[in-house]
Design a protein around this ligand. Sequence first.
Ligand code: UFG
Length: 341
Amino acid sequence: MAKFIVTGGLGFIGSHTTVELIDQGYEVVVVDDLSNSTIETLDRIESITGVKPIFEQFDLRDKSKVSELFKKHSDQQGVIHFAASKAVGESVEKPLLYYENNLNSLIYILQELSASENKNFIFSSSCTVYGEAEILPITEDAPVALAESPYGNTKQIGEEIIRDICKTSDEFNAIALRYFNPIGAHASGNLGELPLGIPQNLIPYITQTAIGLREKLLVFGNDYNTIDGTGVRDYIHVVDLAKAHIVALKRLIDNKNKSNYEIFNLGTGKGNSVLEVIQAFEKVSNVKLNYEITDRRSGDIESAYADTKKANEELGWKAEMSLEDALLHSWQWELNLRQNN
Ligand code: UFG
């Protein structure tokens, strides 16, 4: 049974990926400092899979602990690196914290991985690297734009660091996965997103408004050049996204990669406006949502959705679930959370 290290394994995408890895028979070492996650997520993973993953709790900025991790798990066959701070607005206010947290941890892991027997690495990147793309849908060849936020910049710099390392050694194999907008929750209703404080992202704001935790959703702008004037995004179910990580990891282990540094967009290929998301949510939940149109949010782009050809054809992965599936699962997760608290 191959063993993988999943950093940030108790976070939103990390926990769903851990579940999929366990379901496919792999052994998982979860590394998480609980800075933006809770220990109960470990129990939730166990209740879904019947297996409690190995858990190492520490901050990846602690270089000696990263070193210990790789000594202890020298039989690891690959690392999926999710651990990072991810709040765009906070990153603008605290840039050094973001550069320190997201880049130091990445560098320490890559240093250890370079000295390990198996050098397979999957990196959580983001469609934010494209900024406001000129051509839609967005292919992997679209130019990388000047980053809008320090958070986005850590993803760009992270990709560059990995690309440079791959140039130094053919033995080092990496894939950067550029996510579009991950949403949804596990179909069991027992695992999902746990935003701290007031949610910044659309879907948790919708579900919290629908359940009565927030008074109303503010729709940021209806004067964009889109189908109904509201922003368009490519919303991808987190379980589809999680599965893509396993496909990518297998590609590296089976030496199927075409070069030792590859990049794939992960999205559905379909763009939906904020109003379309609201309508779809109302349909699947049977709840009327209180919302109001307000000004644009600074830093927001108009439209982004993925060209999924490369991921479909080369990776052999395709998103299977619909926007409605994702919204239903997010809603079931919200209901479950509030019923039990
Ligand atoms: N929106 C609202 N009201 C809200 C929240 C969001 O109208 O309360 C709108 C936004 O204006 C946007 C859409 O809903 O049109 C999606 O917004 P999100 O905040 O959910 O997602 P973003 O596309 O802004 O952000 C995502 C990731 C970031 C990443 C960014 C860059 O969450 O990590 O994409 O593309 F940096």
